[in-house]
Design a protein around this ligand. Structure first.
Ligand SMILES: [Cu+2]
Length: 292
């Protein structure tokens, strides 16, 4: 269970297809040994992955305040790092009316993600909606800075969820923190969370342990064994992530481009939700290329 990363021998067929289509490198992190040469130049037909996700057309969400006629309208101009204050907003629809009908995704009508521009201070909130469609949640951020708020929701009648994003500042002395380097292990409140993944397929599996023993009684959270949010460093592009069926913390993220991403895993144990975070990097280049 302690193998930090399994990079080789995992769905090599898919790796070849996705690698050829996207030019992605592998997850780069500590303890990564050179994987065997891939055979991407043997890819010769139009085969797609067998999981129904096309390799092409993965677009990050959350980069715009308006999309497909829907608009995120913050009603709160600024956040506070000293007091808990209400953060309010509405979703405006194509008819210019406030949207009041939502179809739940992951058991909620709307997920609000708040993160500072340097990818610190992550919060995953579930605001409450008033009858007039105004959403509200108490919010206090950890430190001053420029924050991105993402509303992830599905208006009733729309086939797919939508993620809109807006910038909201928290006044004060902003000291951006460098992004932690790539890693496959995070510690939170005495829990150790390890990541086993392959950025070429976007398949990520997490393992939670405590005091050296695997935690086998994680509780369902948002209709799955956990919840994963992935954001792209540089523009905070918000990735589409699908939890996989079955036991364990398994997800597939639609990686839109080579780059650096921050993964935020929410998991619940004994009634408390905690978040582990990981940095991963994918790159252009020959599969098998090694990095120091
Ligand atoms: Cu949520």
């Amino acid at each position: 269970m302690n193998t930090p990363v399994r990079l080789a021998g995992f769905g090599l067929g898919l790796v070849a297809v996705f690698g050829a289509a996207l030019g992605l490198g592998r997850v780069v992190g500590p303890d990564v040994t050179a994987p065997p040469p891939a055979t991407h130049d043997t890819h010769s037909d139009g085969a797609h992955g067998t999981d129904g996700h096309e390799a092409e057309g993965h677009e990050a969400g959350g980069l715009a305040i308006a999309q497909d006629g829907y608009r995120l309208a913050p009603l709160t101009d600024a956040l506070s790092s000293t007091d808990t204050q209400p953060f309010r907003f509405r979703i405006i629809g194509p008819d210019e009316a406030t949207v009041t009908a939502f179809t739940p995704t992951h058991e909620r009508d709307l997920h609000l993600i708040v993160v500072r521009r340097d990818l610190t201070g992550y919060q995953h909130l579930h605001p409450e909606r008033a009858p007039d469609g105004t959403w509200q949640t108490p919010l206090k951020v950890a430190a001053p800075g420029d924050y991105r708020v993402f509303a992830d929701f599905r208006p009733t009648g729309r086939d797919e969820p939508l993620t809109l994003g807006a910038d909201v500042p928290a006044a004060g002395d902003y000291r951006p923190a460098p992004l932690p380097g790539p890693g496959f292990r995070d510690e939170v409140d005495g829990y150790t969370v390890t990541l086993d993944g392959d950025a070429q397929t976007g398949a990520f599996t997490f393992t939670v342990s405590r005091d050296g023993a695997p935690v086998t009684d994680l509780e369902p959270y948002l209709g799955a064994n956990g919840h994963l949010i992935a954001l792209r460093d540089g523009d905070l592009g918000y990735l589409h992530v699908h939890p996989e069926d079955g036991p364990g913390l398994r997800f597939t993220a639609e990686i839109p481009s080579p780059g650096t991403y921050r993964l935020f895993l929410d998991f619940q144990h004994r009634g408390t939700v905690r978040t582990a975070a990981f940095t991963i990097t994918t790159e252009h280049g020959e599969p098998g290329h090694t990095h120091g």
